[in-house]
Design a protein around this ligand. Structure first.
Ligand code: GTP
Ligand code: MG
Length: 459
């Protein structure tokens, strides 16, 4: 009798339990690791602290708590939560190390349901949350699925002007001496591909984010594999008349392999399993760097958003069955600016995502924009200025000095090139605030992000 009762309870739990796969992305250094570490940290601390007032479930005292559970997908590396949180709780605190690949972590969140249907099935329910960290650069490869090698080459050379041309010089010098219709030499091909990869890295270092193929700069487990050894060419050629075994033949074959084995595989095995997506955007570093860097980031974000434009006839829907129904864009590192600038930060972000936003809203994907700091590095306050006072932030620089400053206004609209002549930005990098081991990490609006992404699943 007891065992039947137990089974019934088990069954009830299973019915009320639900599961969400939340994907976290953004271009490199956007703040993905800091965000996931803070999110997990906030939820693990939610049983003992009032750290998530903007999450309705926590505010209503329905959130019982969360714990980590083993991930179910054993083929994906584990998200290094312990390593990252150890650094953030050090004294003085340090930022976690950069990451290069996809990783996952799973939480079980216990809560008291509000919905009658769920309540009837038990007094508490569990939401299993998978959080997946993957580089936003991988999304820049989506358009590759719709192009052949020749079209891709043309597009790459079309973009090769100004700063990019200068950065590409060594690669172009090497490319120009090979006869593409000659029999391929694998070593020469590998060398020219290495030069091309160096060019892509140089673009990234110069603050240019739109680089293809995205895996070349963030290869993860594919580092050194021949599938990442090709490059675009500017020679006109007839695809019907490519000499077998030539350089060109091999380049075309590798491009196809990349399309199938890298891009398609990512969309099929990962992307189409995501339910919710947060895209982290660091708007402040490009504002520091200048007009070119800012515009380049904007176009990278636009490209990245194509992955959320499903449409019924869109490339994605034809090839896969994506199911993301909420996308949140978050301007990260908001603690770099004074609180009165947060609204501008959101408005700037909105202007960047607006064109695609309209499209996606049409396709019934809910989109939102917020500003946020996953892990606070500054305190905000006021400093005396003349007769009045001026808002300011205070933090410890990476070199260990305490600094109080007003870092500048954030433009509420997309800035024109002259803007940088008239305005100075000083978004300094700071160390994370020191946290006692019993306290959760200090944040700004991570709870709002949680409410937007998961609020409906915790009702
Ligand atoms: N002030 C402040 N700085 C932040 C915050 N989040 C991230 N940063 C800064 O941004 C850097 C990059 O953050 P990560 O979380 O490592 O970014 P990521 O997107 O995981 O970077 P990759 O793994 O290299 O792609 C950190 O080292 C910090 O300097 C934040 O909330 N506030
Ligand atoms: Mg990372």
């Amino acid at each position: 009798m007891k065992s039947i009762g137990h089974e019934v309870t088990q069954l009830m739990h299973r019915t009320t339990d639900s599961h969400v796969r939340l994907a976290v992305t953004g271009l490199s250094r956007a703040g993905k690791t800091a965000f996931i570490t803070s999110l997990v940290n906030q939820l693990l601390n939610s049983a003992s602290h009032d750290n998530l007032p903007l999450l309705a479930c926590a505010r209503d005292k329905r959130l019982i708590g969360a714990r980590r559970v083993p991930q179910t997908n054993l083929m994906v590396p584990r998200f290094a939560y312990d390593e990252a949180s150890e650094k953030l709780y050090q004294k003085p605190a340090e930022w976690p190390l950069p990451t290069k690949d996809v990783s996952e972590i799973r939480l079980a969140i216990r809560y008291r349901p509000k919905r009658r249907t769920k309540r009837l099935l038990g007094s508490s329910a569990t939401l299993y949350l998978d959080i997946i960290d993957y580089p936003g650069e991988w999304l820049l490869d989506l358009p590759l699925l719709d192009m052949d090698f020749k079209q891709w080459s043309q597009q790459q050379f079309h973009a090769l002007h100004g700063q990019r041309q200068a950065l590409a010089k060594e690669w172009l010098d090497e490319l120009n001496v090979i006869d593409l219709q000659q029999e391929a030499n694998e070593q020469v091909l590998a060398d020219v591909a290495a030069q091309y990869t160096t060019y892509l890295h140089r673009c990234k270092d110069a603050g240019l984010h739109w680089v293809q193929p995205g895996r070349f700069v963030l290869p993860g487990e594919l580092a050194g594999a021949p599938v990442l050894q090709f490059f675009p060419v500017h020679h006109d050629f007839d695809p019907e008349k490519v000499v077998r075994g030539s350089f060109l033949d091999l380049l075309i074959a590798r491009f196809k392999e990349y399309q199938q084995q890298v891009v398609r595989k990512f969309y099929r095995h990962y992307f189409s399993t995501f339910d919710r997506q947060i895209v982290l955007v660091d708007c402040l570093s490009p504002l520091n760097a200048g007009f070119d860097s800012f515009m380049d980031m904007r176009s990278a974000i636009e490209q990245l958003m194509h992955s959320f434009r499903y449409g019924r006839t869109g490339l994605l829907s034809r090839l896969f069955s994506p199911k993301i129904d909420k996308v949140l864009f978050a301007a990260t590192k908001a603690d770099h600016v004074t609180p009165d600038q947060h609204a501008n930060l959101v408005s700037l972000l909105q202007q960047m995502v607006h064109p695609a936003w309209q499209h996606a809203a049409y396709e019934n994907i809910e989109m939102s924009c917020i500003s946020m700091a996953s892990v606070r590095a500054t305190q905000s306050g006021f400093i005396a200025q003349g007769d009045g006072k001026q808002s300011a932030i205070q933090g410890t620089t990476l070199a260990g000095e305490t600094l109080t400053l007003y870092p500048g206004d954030v433009p509420a609209k997309l800035p024109d090139p002259d803007y940088w002549q008239r305005h100075q930005f000083d978004f300094t990098q700071f160390k994370p605030l020191t946290t006692d081991s019993d306290d959760p990490l200090a944040h700004i609006r991570v709870d709002k992000a949680l409410e937007i992404l998961l609020g409906d699943k915790l009702r």
